[in-house]
Ligand binder design. Sequence first.
Ligand SMILES: [Zn+2]
Length: 136
Amino acid sequence: MPIIDQRHMCGASVHATVGDVEVFWDAYLAERGLQPFEAGVVLPAYVSDGRWVADCVRCASGVACWPENPRGCCLACGAVYTVVFPPAADIARAERVLDARPAGAANWRPDLGEDVADLKVENLVRAVPLEPAFEL
Ligand SMILES: [Zn+2]
């Protein structure tokens, strides 16, 4: 399963750009009487159940993340965070390994020191391929 990100996790439609995602944040929060505000905190992103997320430090809700967007917004309280990701090359390698796993088993905690080699070992333990089968 490909890893999904904030483009797919913000409302019913898939957003194409960072700008589209941020327009959604504003509209979603406004419908609930909230406004986005800068939290002034940097959050590390991680993969949970096949989704790029971070944890809101104000209300403990999940924050949808996307490696193409260095910002994430908690849609429960409106806090906007700077989000940091592993290097792009690590993300590409990790996502290939995670793609080989069944839905719901794609988890990666680079913020806790888990690296791509750890993910490959976990695939071996789970008896899934190291990477998804190549498709033509
Ligand atoms: Zn929050």
